[in-house]
Design a protein around this ligand. Structure first.
Ligand code: PMP
Length: 353
């Protein structure tokens, strides 16, 4: 029997993979280095008892939305939650992209923006970032005026490059964009500024956040968007009914009660990031400024691939971006625990010296 053929436009797509290898020091997927606080685990175990297992969960996740809304000082009607910020991005694109529509990115950036857009059938327009990976105002103008994209993605701090977009340029993008502007702030808590205050009821700007990094909850798959209420109502129509299970709703609602513990972790990661960046800066590397929980670097005298392998030989795994477009020889290291970072620095020093 003949194999069923997939939709036109999907044949050339490749899946998104982050290879895992069994190592001592794993610094390749930008996760939090430690789990959530013990009190959170204890409270969660108790809260699970109250779940009515025979019933569907609260379809509108109202307690969770209200808790996230309080965190940001906005009405609950401005919050949409889903299974990881990836599902938030997917729901946004199912609502605003699709066949006949254009989605713009500024490359290099998070690959899933373009990947999901293509899956919806939209045409992806790739704008270019400058050589230092910052947003280029001339290129922003070109993309907005020539392409008139229905959706524009920004990612600040950007991955895998780490840089924080200039607020003035973000406002320029918003002013020039003919459609929706999505600002992916998966790493927003580690950054010097946030675009959340640019989200207004009379605009088309949304900010996407995740529980996977600061909140140490990558395992739970929980993300959200802060958006005008009219736009949240559109997303609610598109997402599957009961998409967010009861366990996750309880876990997320509890997690935001630990905001002080989470902020303390962010401070620790930022201080470790600064330690790493200054130690790496004296090595034979280009180190890119980071406002995130990871750092992009490029060996000057060896290939990125050989440095990646040298680190792996010392049981340290970082993300190999060296084969990605525009990122020749670049590697990305996630900030880990202090001991993991020290082990990474020792291995890196050996490999590049
Ligand atoms: N956006 C960016 C920029 C990311 O780096 C990631 C995680 N790799 C995500 C979104 C997705 O995060 P999650 O689905 O775990 O919330």
């Amino acid at each position: 029997m003949a194999k069923a053929s997939v939709r036109d436009g999907l044949r050339a797509l490749e899946g998104y993979h982050s290879p895992q290898v069994d190592v001592r020091v794993r610094l390749n997927t930008n996760e939090a280095p430690v789990g959530p606080p013990d009190e959170f685990r204890r409270d969660l175990a108790a809260a699970l008892d109250s779940i009515a297992w025979n019933r569907y969960p609260d379809r509108s996740a109202s307690a969770l939305r209200a808790a996230i809304a309080r965190l940001h000082g906005v009405p609950a009607s401005m919050i949409f939650v889903a299974n990881g910020s990836n599902e938030v991005l997917q729901t946004i694109l199912l609502t605003f992209a699709g066949p006949g529509r254009k989605v713009a990115t500024f490359e290099p950036t998070y690959q899933l923006h373009a990947h999901i857009a293509r899956i919806t059938g939209a045409t992806v327009v790739e704008g270019e970032r400058a050589a230092d990976f910052s947003l280029d105002p001339t290129e922003v103008d070109r993309v907005m005026v020539n392409e008139r994209p229905d959706v524009v993605f920004l990612c600040s701090p950007n991955t895998p490059t780490g840089g924080v977009d200039d607020p003035a340029l973000v406002e320029k993008v918003i002013a020039a964009a003919p459609g929706l502007v999505v600002i992916d702030e998966a790493y927003g808590q580690f950054s010097s500024w946030s675009a959340v205050e640019l989200v207004r009821e009379d605009s088309s700007v949304v900010v996407v956040r995740t529980f996977s990094k600061t909140w140490s909850m990558a395992a739970a798959r929980l993300g959200y968007v802060i958006a005008p209420a009219w736009l949240v109502a559109e997303l609610d129509k598109v997402v599957l009914p009961y998409h967010l299970d009861a366990v996750k709703q309880v876990a997320g609602t509890l997690a935001v009660e630990y905001v002080d513990a989470m902020n303390a972790r962010v401070r620790e990661i930022v201080s470790e990031r600064d330690r790493l960046v200054s130690a790496m800066s004296v090595l034979d590397l280009d180190v890119f400024p980071s406002g995130a929980n990871f750092v992009l670097f490029r060996p000057r005298s060896s290939s990125g691939r050989s440095v990646w392998q040298g680190l792996l030989d010392r049981s340290v795994l970082v993300r190999d971006c060296s084969g990605w477009p525009r990122l020749a020889d670049c590697l990305r290291v996630t900030i880990g625990t202090s001991d993991e970072n020290t082990a990474f620095l020792a291995a890196l020093t050996e490999v590049v010296s």
